[in-house]
Design a protein around this ligand. Structure first.
Ligand code: GBH
Length: 457
């Protein structure tokens, strides 16, 4: 590490957590093993034309069979925390009803393996793999799915809650709702904006209903959810730009933040979208805004908004990032300051008591030449500059308690299949060999430097 990098590591408080994140469907494989039921992502990825080159999660990084090796890898990197998700269809193959003990056993062993290495588990209960049977009964368009989720959450918390002290109910409900039900690029692949708004409400309700159930089953736990938020900046100073900036932010950020933290949807949102409000029942917003312990922020990039002559729907604002900026392989602009700005805003405007970066990372076109490591300088800079932005946010008062790299290892990148690699560990999908990239080595050194500073003399 350079001198600057050492002082960056030293600037974090001793209580700060360093981890990496994954999700069940993206890494596990073994989709038909040990009683796992099908999920909407099995069905979606098996539908021709939905995922790049017809890739599916059937094998993925084979983590289901290589769990012990992968935990050893985390220990080698020096992670103190690991965020993973539980596949609902492994626990309840049909979404409700009969429990599949073998599914619970797998996560039980994973938690024990992590704790044996002093790695704290951060468990996401839903990272997009809805049991297919529930989809056939209406999926997130049905209120019943919210109640089914709360039952499922309690089953998991009862089994793991003596050892798991950090729970994340949902990962990125914005994506589940809008990409899954309006754009159709994610499962279940529907293209209906009203459906997305309705699904969003049932996802939030699922979260709110699960909160007391998890708390009751997991004593002294901390609980939250992870949102993908992206700050919006004006492209120029025209009044149309200010107007559309507000609309874009309402859709991208406040749609879910406001019901969770203010107990109401943004006043104009559904009207401006020219849609009906979702089916809100008496008491729903109280359930949704049940206090939680922390918010997980998944941050990748920002957007720059340009006003249009005709006022657009909030989900159709003109966004275009600068041509002279640098971009990742996803064509997402690299903009670390956006992470600082969003953290400070969450602190100042929403008074959130504890923040985690539950995902941050980048895809680059890594290639392995069979050697000891893989050169990925773009990812090293990305991580360093975003970690520096977190330090800036802390300096400006944001209560940030931890940072998770997306991702521990290369994995099934949803609609992009295995074409996009986010890992700090490379996965050779032929041999399933893992190779630590230079970014993984850099992150390990960063964590080691952090511990050096805080080690009692
Ligand atoms: C996450 O999704 C997922 O949780 C994870 O499973 C996935 O592998 C990972 O990221 C990488 O894709 O204009 O700022 O709104 C992130 C999904 C990324 C959705 C950025 C919207 C648009 C950028 N999103 N995105 S912004």
């Amino acid at each position: 590490l350079t001198e600057t990098e050492r002082s960056l590591a030293a600037s974090f408080p001793a209580s700060f957590h360093w981890g990496a994140a994954t999700a069940s469907y993206q890494i596990e494989g073994a989709t038909r093993e040990d009683g796992r039921g099908p999920s909407i992502w099995d069905a979606f990825s098996e539908t021709p034309g939905k995922v790049y080159q017809g890739h599916t999660g059937e094998v993925a990084a084979d983590h289901y069979h290589r769990m012990a090796e992968d935990v050893a890898l985390m220990a080698k990197l020096g992670l103190d925390s690991y965020r993973f998700s539980i596949a609902w269809p492994r626990i309840l193959p049909k979404g409700t009803g009969a429990i599949n003990e073998k599914g619970l056993d797998f996560y039980d062993r994973l938690v024990d393996a992590l704790l044996a290495h002093q790695i704290q588990p951060y468990v996401t209960l839903y990272h997009w793999d809805l049991p297919l049977t529930l989809h056939q009964r209406g999926g997130w368009l049905s209120r019943e799915t919210a109640f089914a989720f709360a039952d499922y959450a309690e089953i998991v918390a009862r089994r793991l809650g003596d050892r798991v002290k950090h729970w994340i109910t949902l990962n990125e409900p914005w994506c589940s709702a809008y990409l899954g039900y309006a754009v159709g690029v994610h499962a279940p692949g529907m293209q209906d904006r009203q459906a997305a708004v309705n699904a969003g409400h049932h996802l939030l309700l699922a979260h709110g209903l699960a909160v007391p159930r998890v708390r009751a089953a997991s004593p002294d736990c901390k609980l939250g959810l992870a949102l993908n938020l992206g700050p919006r900046y004006p492209g120029d100073d025209r009044p149309e730009t200010a107007r559309d900036l507000d609309r874009a932010d309402m859709f991208a950020n406040r749609w879910l933040l406001d019901p969770l933290y203010r107990g109401s949807y943004p006043a104009q949102l559904f009207e401006l979208m020219e849609l009906d409000a979702p089916p809100i029942e008496e008491g729903d917003l109280t359930i949704i805004s049940t206090p939680i312990d922390f918010l997980g922020l998944n941050y990748y990039t920002r957007a720059v908004v340009y006003g249009q002559e005709q006022p657009p729907h909030p989900d159709a604002c003109k966004e275009s990032n600068p041509a002279d900026a640098t971009y990742t392989a996803m064509q997402w602009e690299i903009f670390p300051q956006g992470l600082r700005d969003m953290l400070v805003r969450l602190h100042q405007e929403y008074h959130i008591p504890s923040l985690y970066i539950t995902e941050n990372g980048a895809a680059f076109n890594d290639t392995w030449n069979g050697g000891e490591t893989i050169s990925d300088p773009g990812r090293v800079s990305y991580l360093r500059d975003h970690i520096a932005a977190v330090a800036d946010a802390i300096r400006d008062g944001a209560p940030v308690d931890g940072y998770f790299v997306w991702s521990l290892m290369d994995n099934f990148e949803w609609a992009y299949g295995y074409d996009k690699r986010f890992g700090i560990v490379y996965v050779d999908y032929e041999s399933q060999q893992r190779v630590i990239k230079e970014s993984g080595r850099w992150y390990a050194q960063h964590i080691a430097a952090f511990h050096d500073i805080h080690r009692p003399l």
